[in-house]
Design a protein around this ligand. Structure first.
Ligand code: C2E
Ligand code: CA
Ligand code: CA
Ligand code: CA
Length: 380
């Protein structure tokens, strides 16, 4: 199976590729075009002693020479997946499916190489399917819960707000961290439903705390790119604000830089609408993507969160301190506020306080705690 890099697979390329492939065929081999730039070679009655890897290497070598067509030329990288019937697969369909998994692995390994199918490839696929099934069930059985992490005002030490962080309590009572299920929820689109539940639960909690404590606590909620791009996201937010009765000035949505890179143009109008509703918008993990002072200028962002990879080494690395200092200065000049994440030591706290970082968040103050835990922290 072939892979075109940067070329549309037009007819010229197609003919050249097919002809070069067919030159490699033995008399019992068959060449099939699967569509696009993908081909399959079916080799029947292969001598067991024959080294199939050797054959794959010959195929790869055959494409080192550029293809020439209509006065142009192109270099193809060849990513191959190999599977054997009946050793691996029981049916022709399965054989093709396993070849496909192996090609995928070859591409993962950096392309222009081959991989032989092995059972672990389908195992990981089955594991994924099982996790997806469990995730659907978890949604139906309401196995998710929110934990909260306080954000401290650096001048006074008062808790000004919390970040809501989702957890999954599975049927065995085990607590699963978001890193282990958010990516899958995003890939499958389930994050849209889950995210709506997270947003509503967080807003409801904010309103309850206000009734119990007599003060508004800023509620920050993480929003995934998939949610932001889903139809009607701003309307969903508007509806939840209305249903829960939260003062939108105390709701902050956290988005990350990486979301903006591919789709600045489609994201900006959504953010504008969110600002019209009156919610705050924080740019999370700042400094980890392609930053991007441009985002600060063009987008209606109200707050910036400096990633913990910068605060981690504030004490030891002079350069990190300089970067953090300039970010804080710049953000203040733009009339935005800034939070530093990942504060774990007193020394980091002192430095950030000196640099006039507005708000601080990290294990030094508290780990994420459950609803009861945060209420106790808010009460003091
Ligand atoms: P994030 O938004 O950057 O959240 C901060 C993460 O850093 C949290 O991990 C938090 O526990 C951890 N953290 C905070 N302070 C410290 C510290 O001082 N030291 C260290 N070592 N870690 C600290 P968590 O809860 O595992 O969340 C991981 C990521 O999962 C989040 O990164 C966020 O991207 C995503 N996530 C969490 N909850 C949600 C959610 O409700 N919705 C969406 N879409 N994503 C979520
Ligand atoms: Ca391809
Ligand atoms: Ca966050
Ligand atoms: Ca973050």
């Amino acid at each position: 199976m072939n892979d075109t890099a940067g070329h549309t697979f037009g007819n010229g390329l197609l003919v050249q590729t097919a002809s070069r492939l067919s030159r490699m065929l033995g008399k019992n081999d068959r060449l099939v075009r699967l569509g696009g730039d993908e081909f399959a070679i079916v080799r029947e009655c292969m001598d067991r002693g024959e080294d199939i890897g050797e054959m794959a290497n010959r195929l790869k070598a055959a494409f080192q020479e550029p293809l020439r067509f209509g006065g142009r030329q192109a270099v193809l990288t060849v990513s191959m997946g190999l599977a054997i019937y009946p050793d691996h697969a029981r049916t022709p369909e399965e054989l093709m499916q396993f070849c496909d998994m192996a090609v995928y692995k070859a591409k993962e390994a950096g392309r222009n190489t081959w991989r032989m199918y092995d059972k672990s490839m389908s195992d990981s696929l089955y594991r994924r399917a099982a996790l997806e099934e469990k995730l659907k069930q978890a949604m139906a059985w309401r196995e998710f819960e929110l934990h909260y992490m306080p954000q401290i005002e650096s001048g006074t030490g008062v808790i000004r707000g919390v970040e809501a962080l989702v957890r999954w309590r599975d049927s065995d009572g085990q607590l699963i961290q978001p890193g282990d299920f958010i990516p899958l929820a995003e890939e499958t689109g389930m994050i849209v439903t889950l995210g709506e539940w997270i947003l509503r639960t967080a807003c409801q909690a904010q309103v309850n705390w206000k009734q119990q404590l007599g003060r508004d606590v800023l509620m920050s909620v993480n929003i995934s790119a998939v949610q932001l791009k889903a139809r009607d996201f701003a309307n969903t937010v508007r509806r939840i604000v209305w249903e829960t009765g939260i003062d939108p000035a105390y709701l902050e949505l956290e988005i990350t830089e990486s979301m903006l890179i591919e789709s600045m143009d489609s994201v900006k109008p959504v953010l504008d609408r969110l600002r019209e509703i009156g919610v705050q918008i924080a740019l999370d993990d700042f400094g980890t993507g392609y930053s991007s002072l441009n985002y600060l200028r063009l987008l209606p962002i109200t707050q910036l969160k400096i990633d913990k990879s910068f605060t981690n080494r504030l004490e030891e690395v002079e350069a990190d301190r300089t970067i953090v200092e300039s970010i804080i200065d710049l953000v203040h000049k733009l009339n935005l506020r800034v939070v530093a994440e990942g504060i774990e030591t007193e020394a980091q706290y002192r430095i950030l306080h000196e640099l006039q970082c507005d708000f601080l968040q990290g294990y030094l103050f508290s780990r994420p705690v459950d609803e009861e835990g945060i209420q106790n922290l808010l009460r003091v």
